[in-house]
Design a protein around this ligand. Structure first.
Ligand code: URA
Length: 214
């Protein structure tokens, strides 16, 4: 994707006050009908500059595979493009060591990179936007639904884009499908069945969408 330099510079400058590192713009097919929006890069992604290449990435690959998709036929991006971190003590007792741990992006960080996602959506004009987890779902729709209430459903809705200090809704509507973030299963293995069911719904939504084009 050709990025206007001033947009990227603005995003990097907006983010300067916060504890984040790295910068990942996205990867995949920019002409794809499906855009996947994650939360923010983790450690591996921040180092390599590519989305979903760590443990969550392996899980995402499994999910895509199940849904009959490969990574090069979708475009993968995220709400925030840098890894938000916090300092935590290492486990070694009395070592005094500290390490960086991932954390969820806060609203200011989401705002700081909002124009990047707005630009990508407008440029790509995807038919389907998969929101991986609550951060992506809320950023896109502005809705505060619980993920358990919306998982795997499809919503024909406008998306939020940044305007001034707040957000407005696009005139256009998109098919938004919220899925659990692939890392969610690491913390809560009980959601496994729901994950596969949501991927079945995704599969049928993709089939419907490709029939519409025939
Ligand atoms: N989580 C995300 O949302 N994106 C990544 O690239 C990795 C983990």
């Amino acid at each position: 994707m050709k990025w206007p330099e001033e947009l990227v510079n603005e995003a990097e400058k907006n983010m300067e006050p916060y504890d984040v590192e790295g910068f990942v713009l996205g990867s995949g097919d920019e002409k794809a009908d499906i855009m996947i929006v994650g939360e923010a890069p983790g450690e591996n992604e921040a180092v390599k500059g590519r989305p979903f290449i760590g443990r969550a990435g392996d899980e995402l690959n499994k999910h895509l595979d199940y849904a009959g998709l490969s990574r090069n036929e979708v475009y993968i991006t995220s709400v925030v493009r840098s890894r938000p971190y916090k300092w935590v003590d290492t486990n070694k007792k009395g070592s005094g060591g500290r390490r960086k741990a991932n954390r969820k992006p806060n609203q200011k960080e989401i705002d700081a990179h909002a124009h990047l996602l707005d630009y990508q959506i407008a440029e790509m004009d995807p038919k389907i936007i998969i929101a991986l987890g609550g951060v992506a779902y809320q950023r896109l729709t502005g809705k505060k639904d619980k993920m358990t209430d919306v998982i795997g459903q499809s919503f024909q809705v406008p998306v939020q884009k940044k305007r001034g200090t707040g957000y407005e809704l696009t005139e256009k509507t998109y098919t938004i499908i919220p899925l659990y973030h692939p890392a969610a299963v690491f913390y809560n293995p009980r959601i496994k069945d729901t994950i596969w069911e949501s991927l079945d719904h995704l599969k049928s939504e993709i089939e419907k969408n490709s029939r519409r084009k025939e």
